[in-house]
Design a protein around this ligand. Sequence first.
Ligand SMILES: [Zn+2]
Length: 409
Amino acid sequence: MKFSESFIFTARQDPKVAECRSHKLLLKGCFLFMVSSGIYSYLPLAWRVLDKINSIIRRNMNSCGAQELLMSALQPIEMWRKTGRDKDLAEVMFRFSDRKERELCLGPTHEEEITEIARRYLVSYKQLPCVLYQIQTKFRDEPRPRFGLMRSCEFIMKDAYSFDADEEGLDKNYEKMLYAYKKIFAECGLDFVMVEADSGAMGGSLSHEFMVPSGIGEDVLLKCGKCGKYYKDAGECPRCREKLTPEKNIEIGHIFKLGTKYSLAQQGLFLDETGERKPFIMGCYGIGVSRILSAIAEVSSDEKGIIWPRKVSPFDVSLIVLGEDLKEDAFRVEEELNSRGYSVLVDERNEAAGVKFNDAYLIGNPYILIMGKKYKESGKIDVEIRKDRKKLSFSKEEVISFIEDEYAG
Ligand SMILES: [Zn+2]
């Protein structure tokens, strides 16, 4: 894609509203548009990243045997009264009535709705286990929106729900999900920690949280300086007896063994082998999709901009062209890379070299190719690796295989 034709309009100045590094860089780099406090639009650059994150999530969910659906964001309050969560979540729910006086909310989560779906269709043990998931917008009436996408009123989540006939089935699904979560976050290039946690308003017996140590955020974990383990709450490290120090984190995922809380309250029953009616044993599994975007921008960035991990970067390669007479050659390099499946952002604008470099660093694609004076003299293309600013030099043919090798590894 040609930079001059793209919807990328970076800012020179730091935005005044920014509350942390990721918020600043995502606004400055033309990833996010702030509609109002706690409400954002994802601009084309951010959408490219989200699309890749979603693909990673879908692939891993599908390989667990989970099936994707999309539930309604508008939900009748009636459904929430069955579990009493119309009251438990009253503070964060966007609630209103339609013109027929029907009470509605914008779903902050979907346990109630998925249980309604399951009880309608899953009537026999023969249909179990069953795992369903969606990637959808959720809403929270957030009193203090903060840190951009990290604490916002509208956000994208992946939520999955498992239905089993017995506890052993739930254990199996929970293990599968836990394994898939580790793979998903690793593919997104995140260093994360996993801790056992409270089930809170979800209910149930066991839950695990996935956190990104970030120095910001509102989730505090206690870290052992000796073994590096994290705890939700302990006196000292139970292993080393070392004193623990608090560290701020961003929560990116949370999985729960729900048990029968929802199936009992909503009459989610199936017939077992002996013909007896039994409640589903449920689990739920959430990932903060838009939060992953923020978390990466927060922890994988430097003073110049974001450093996107390879699998989620907006483009695979930035190509800076310095010289009107080199454009045709640059487009040929782009074509070569495109034909091999790599996306390229070609900066062919009539801008100073400094402006182009600043934008390339800010946008944060993992590889920056430079065609300038050296290319004219010796046919060499310079390559800068965004992560460590390491510089290399290749011929046109070599540069293609270099990119191929990098993405294969
Ligand atoms: Zn320890």
